[in-house]
Write a new protein. Sequence first.
Length: 224
Amino acid sequence: MLSTATKAIRLIMHLRKMGISDTDVLSAIERVPRDLFVPEDQKDQAWEDIALPIGRGQTISQPYVVATMTQALELNDMDKVLEIGTGCGYQAAILARVARRVYTIERHKPLLEDSEKRFNELNIRNITAICADGMQGWPKMNGMEQAPFDKIIVTAAARGKPPEALLDQLKPGGIMVIPVGEPGNQMLKRYERFSDDTWSVSDICPVRFVPLLPDIASDREAVA
Ligand code: SAH
């Protein structure tokens, strides 16, 4: 049996070979214990470069995709980041090591609660997580506005284009990374905002994500 440290280094070497070069991103992936984010019966595969089921029909992304998306955000330690689709919280934990502050939204309450437990266990203090419809952007709470954000990452696929509310919440000078397209034909896209109404859009790579869905998930949907 390989030790966790050996498995982690093996994964980092693999990601380097695949073209991930941002050392902050690589070191975050090496340090965040992915085995804590996956179900008990998947733990022996936690350091493999594969997506894994996390319950409620959702998945934790493949490390290569997490690394590619995080690298594309060009993060620095001053950045305030919005994530849509907390899932098991793994991507948020990676972001939290590279950015100043992470705001993350999940529509399945039980997934969100489990993620918050993990953040506490790992003593991660710069993530704020809520259960809401992320397609609406980060809500104003107690009169406090967090938008606009330096960077936005969406970890579920938008059908045609990014939700308007998310485009609105990106700062001029900011970057959004989001999978766009129908199931089976999705492209990871990078939107850069230069000013209020000037943008550039580029393709990063084909990906496979669960769809971005509206509203908070009902209990019935969660069981289905
Ligand atoms: N980033 C996650 C993986 C996300 S899987 C991780 O590291 O584990 C995609 C997640 O997006 C799912 O949990 C799904 O419930 C959530 N999701 C889909 N549509 C959403 C929406 N409108 N608002 C918030 N979360 C959403």
